[in-house]
Design a protein around this ligand. Sequence first.
Ligand code: FAD
Length: 380
Amino acid sequence: MTGDAACRGIRDHDADGSIGLVAAESHPPYARPPLSKGLWAGKDEDSIWRGTEGLGVDLHLGRRVVSLDLDARAATDDQGVSYGYERLLLATGGTPRRLPSSPEGVVYFRTVDDYRLLHERADESLRVAVIGGGFIGSEVAAALATSGCAVTMLFPEAGIGARLFPEELAVFVNDYYRSKGVDVLAGELVGSIEGVDAGFRLETDGGRMLDVDLVVAGLGIVPSTDLAEGAGLAVEDGILVDELGRAGGREDVFAAGDVARFPVAALGGSRRVEHEDHANTHGRHVGANMAGAGTPYVHLPFFYSDLFELGYEAVGDVDSRLETVAEWAEPNRKGVVCYLEVGTPRGFLLWDVWGKVDAARELIAAGEPVDAGSLRALLL
Ligand SMILES: Cc1cc2nc3c(=O)[nH]c(=O)nc-3n(C[C@H](O)[C@H](O)[C@H](O)COP(=O)(O)OP(=O)(O)OC[C@H]3O[C@@H](n4cnc5c(N)ncnc54)[C@H](O)[C@@H]3O)c2cc1C
């Protein structure tokens, strides 16, 4: 997504320059969010493709770049092909975090191929264990349950989305999932998984045994920084970039999207953001800067998720370790949660509240304490 957006940013400023996009997956760039949402609700798979090739971009698919020579301005792929460049963008995203040991066949859900595999098998006869209660686990569990599968979710936290939501809300979401037929095992770590016949047997730390046909894991991602590290670029949980997206203090090397750690003026310090709005906006911005735009990235990205019929948008630091204040139109169904640091707003969770991301951004930028009235205004 970031690579495609960067191509668009380049084209905004340079109609003819040659662009090559080298991608390890065998598919052209596509949107990932529909893989756990829209495609399960009947959206056509054709809708995910970004149409990068229509921008006059040479796509080199199914090739992994394995080394960079920044002085020679060359990248070499796993088939020994070398690509020269004037400007380089690293938009390598992240790879799913894996369990310390898991048998062949566990699906670490990230790609369109993972989606196809699950979608083909998803019906009333399929028993699935979904490991992880974060974004991917919660969305995939909802998608599979909606398709009729018998779904068991397990995760170590007290509730679904517990790293984001205040505890009471996370526990409400557990019950909501149970009401949709999902067996939710909160506070359970996977002890072991073994392949048995055509399926799997899981044992949890709490001693529970589970026999399933399929295991899907959503344990977060690890940023793919190996190329950058190999080339001597600074990496700290992400490739460090400046406000223009430049890496390593160089004019010709950039990084963007899930893999980049960038300065966030609105919040101070730096962040690495693994969300669609950031992939699209940072990608386009940094692409434009590769073509000479010279514009700092000051956007505060938002994110969203759907959990069956529940849904939200969120912006800023949405972290359940922060102090929160909330205003609910209907408890746990429709409301606004504000995340605070030293009394000032750092982030907002807009729970079934839509079109208020900009207003929330303004409250964060203002840096003033919020009162019940300003939270209520977001609900209107
Ligand atoms: C199922 C799913 C649902 C999501 N839903 C939402 C959502 O609802 N809302 C939201 O805000 N965000 C969502 N996201 C997150 C969003 O999709 C990501 O933030 C976005 O994909 C990041 O884009 P990226 O291009 O930076 O990284 P990636 O998507 O990780 O893409 C990086 C690409 O680089 C390739 N690559 C890596 N290393 C190399 C190499 N050495 N050589 C060649 N190619 C390489 C990878 O194969 C990959 O194709 C979702 C993600 C997933 C997986």
